[in-house]
Design a binder for this molecule. Structure first.
Ligand SMILES: Nc1ncnc2c1ncn2[C@@H]1O[C@H](COP(=O)(O)OP(=O)(O)OP(=O)(O)O)[C@@H](O)[C@H]1O
Ligand SMILES: O=C(O)c1ccc[n+]([C@@H]2O[C@H](COP(=O)([O-])O)[C@@H](O)[C@H]2O)c1
Length: 199
């Protein structure tokens, strides 16, 4: 199959601790306004940049992502990293997905904050050579100047959203509502399980 015939699938890697509408709007924007047929949310049990941080167990984070996208056929979850060594280096996951799905062409999706840290990732040069990357602007993060020199990188102009999982966890710790910051099904699941509850 030639590369022009392959289905293009966007991969949004993240801790999703928890998933929020920033992730969902990013994914939907990419599926609607680019050549991607699908976006997969790849839940990372352990980001190399979050070692030592308290994270909800990965199965619970995955369940929240599944609840968030259940009614959207263009969005999917992937738990491929659950079986891979930790911390989860994205290059290893991309190799594994390439082995499992040779029929797809994968594109990396990320927010501007992750692009700013990309130079410090494992095998950055190989990732940049082998994969197209679509970047969604994130308030507070300038696009690095080197980004302009990468022919495989595309900055997708999209409405910026100043929403983070950190803010959601802090709101829950403080006993504040997270209504509209996450889908209703996610809010209900968080409440029912008292994730990040104040006491
Ligand atoms: N509001 C947003 N705008 C653009 N990109 C975002 C936004 N929120 C998350 N992303 C992107 O989604 C991916 C996964 O992010 P992650 O799961 O770390 O969420 P987060 O909100 O940044 O979490 P935390 O606040 O816990 O660090 C990253 O590529 C990140 O850049
Ligand atoms: O491969 C790396 O070196 C690497 C370094 C930092 C982050 N990542 C991945 O980037 C994704 C978002 O990470 P984070 O820390 O913003 O939640 C997550 O899937 C991490 O595994 C990957």
């Amino acid at each position: 199959m030639s590369s022009s015939e392959q289905k293009r699938v966007g991969l949004l890697f993240g801790s999703f601790n928890p998933i929020h509408i920033g992730h969902l709007i990013l994914a939907q924007h990419m599926v609607t306004h680019t050549d991607l047929a699908e976006v997969w949310f790849v839940v990372s049990p352990q980001s190399p940049y979050k070692v030592g941080q308290q994270l909800l167990p990965e199965q619970d984070r995955l369940a929240l992502v599944e609840a968030a996208i259940a009614d959207n056929p263009q969005l999917r979850t992937s738990s491929v990293e659950f079986q891979l060594p930790r911390p989860n280096y994205t290059v290893a996951t991309l190799d594994e997905l390439g082995r499992q799905y040779p029929q797809y062409q994968f594109v990396l999706l990320m927010g501007g904050d992750n692009l700013a840290g990309l130079a410090g990732w494992k095998d950055t040069a190989r990732i940049q050579q082998e994969f197209d990357m679509y970047v969604y602007p994130r308030p507070g993060y300038e696009m690095p100047v080197e980004a302009a020199n990468n022919p495989r990188l595309r900055i997708v102009e999209a409405p910026p959203l100043d929403i983070s999982a950190t803010f959601i966890r802090e709101s829950l710790h403080a006993g504040k509502s997270i209504r509209y910051l996450v889908p209703e099904a996610v809010e209900q699941q968080i409440e029912a399980n008292r994730y990040w509850a104040s006491q």
